[in-house]
Design a protein around this ligand. Structure first.
Ligand SMILES: Cc1ncc(COP(=O)(O)O)c(C=O)c1O
Length: 449
């Protein structure tokens, strides 16, 4: 029987017969444009593992791409959602107030480290909708039209968030994209111009940002600078402290709002509830924080938290939506926060990160194909390169495939797809983490020897 402690165990060729039949039905029923290369069809999940329809057990180091920080099927969440479902599924916030919406907003207003307190929170249904709203709020509050985003950024698949996203493959042939979005270079220190020290590289990237004011959108036309504190899809690249400090100074000097997209980084993954908690300690708290993914442990929900004075400048009736802050999702999110607090999951993230970082750093010495190991807390990436430091996406694709065949589900990331990303649920046991590391080491060894 599958339990929170189960270890991965693959009993059939993958996909197994039942999974194969469902994947064949998927191919006929679902557009190919929703890509899935994995041979996995889930039957049930527990903690950091899931069992497929053929009885194979997988250790999941993707976790719905950062949705399952509290793991699969937490009894506390199941109970909270069941109880809420017995009372009512839904009450639209614009028509009927439900207490879960208010209780969750109160909790987030206290916990989310935005610069201005008291804060307020509105709810959405997913990451992209959250970013759309964060931009609307910033434009509404400043009366300015433009935003600045970064190379390597991923903010979603809607049209505005598509324009904010750097990788054109996500909206190939679907333009024109919305206007008012300008791009600066993200401080990707591993690929900074050769020969620069870290501080010189940071100064270089700050100059590249200032150039956008000259070349594209002057500060007085710029409502917000939107940053992922650790770039996710872009390759698990943390924004370095010196750069964040300078960006905060630039925003303050020009009345530009600093928006942190914590959709993937949030809810305990970084070793703190948010990466912005570190930013706050550095004196750089963002003005607006956008959240989704792990907020409700798998039920669709997103949130935008900002200072009261920002929200007061947003015209009435301009934000909201039918399902945003749905009652089942809010009940689940309140349970997520209770679990995080009770089990100190941010601290657990730091412990898992230490276990993995020791292994990843040793592998870096062993395998010349590993060019960089980086991240914050449990959001870590391993960048694979060729001898000339050019990206090696084929190696990563082969590693991902070999790992899945052995029962470890991992995913690539990065502009070139040459980064193995680590997004394991924070409830993984030490034994599961150790077994996952063994499998990943084997897969890397097979591909990179
Ligand atoms: C940083 C970031 N922002 C926004 C999004 C979009 O979230 P969603 O897929 O829920 O729309 C993602 C999704 O991966 C993300 O990683």
């Amino acid at each position: 029987m599958l339990t929170n402690e189960s270890l991965p165990c693959v009993r059939t060729a993958l996909p197994g017969p039942k999974a194969k039949a469902i994947i064949e039905r998927r191919a006929k029923a679902v557009p190919d444009a929703i890509r899935c290369a994995y041979p996995c069809v889930i039957a049930r999940g527990a903690g950091a593992v899931f069992e497929d329809v053929d009885g194979n057990v997988f250790l999941d180091w993707v976790g719905g791409v950062g949705v399952l920080n509290v793991g699969y099927s937490r009894p506390e969440l199941v109970e909270a959602v069941r109880e809420q479902a017995g009372n009512y599924f839904h009450a639209m916030a614009n028509i009927v107030t439900h207490e879960g919406y208010i209780a969750l907003a109160e909790k987030l207003n206290a916990l989310v480290p935005v610069k201005e307190k008291p804060a307020r929170t509105m709810f959405t249904n997913c990451g992209a909708e959250t970013l759309e709203n964060a931009v609307k709020i910033a434009r509404g509050a400043t009366g300015r039209p433009n935003i600045i985003v970064f190379s390597g950024a991923f903010h979603g698949r809607t049209l505005l968030t598509g324009a904010m996203t750097a990788k054109k493959a996500y909206y190939h042939g679907m333009g024109p994209m919305p206007d008012g979005v300008y791009r600066a270079e993200f401080p990707y220190l591993y690929r900074a111009p050769a020969g620069l020290t870290e501080s010189a590289a940071i100064a270089y990237y700050i100059d590249r940002l200032k150039a956008v004011f000259e070349e594209a959108t002057p500060p007085e036309d710029t409502a917000a600078i939107v940053v992922e504190p650790v770039q996710g899809e872009g390759g698990f690249i943390p924004a370095p402290r010196g750069w964040v400090e300078e960006v905060r100074r630039i925003c303050d000097a020009h009345g530009i709002l600093l928006v942190a997209d914590e959709v993937q980084t949030g809810f305990g993954r970084s070793g703190r509830l948010f990466v912005s908690d570190y930013w706050k300690e550095w004196g750089c708290a963002p003005d607006i924080i956008a959240m989704a993914k792990s907020i409700a442990g798998g039920i669709p929900l997103g949130a935008v938290t900002a200072g009261e004075s920002i929200y007061k400048r947003v015209p009435a009736g301009t934000i909201g939506g039918t399902f945003g802050g749905n009652a089942l999702a809010c009940a689940s999110a309140l349970a997520v926060l209770a679990v995080m607090e009770k089990e100190r999951l941010p601290e657990r993230a730091a412990a898992i990160a230490a276990q993995c970082l020791a292994a990843f750093s040793a592998w870096r010495k062993e395998f010349p194909a590993i060019g960089d190991v980086r991240g914050i807390g449990c959001m870590m990436g391993i960048e694979f390169v060729n001898a000339d430091k050019s990206p090696a996406p084929a190696k990563v694709a082969a590693i991902v495939n070999a790992a899945v065949q052995k029962g470890l589900v991992i995913e690539s990331a990065g502009t070139w797809g040459n980064v193995v990303r680590f997004l394991c649920p924070l409830v993984a046991t030490d034994a599961q983490v150790a077994r996952g590391l063994e499998i990943l080491r084997e897969a890397i060894g097979e591909v990179c020897q």
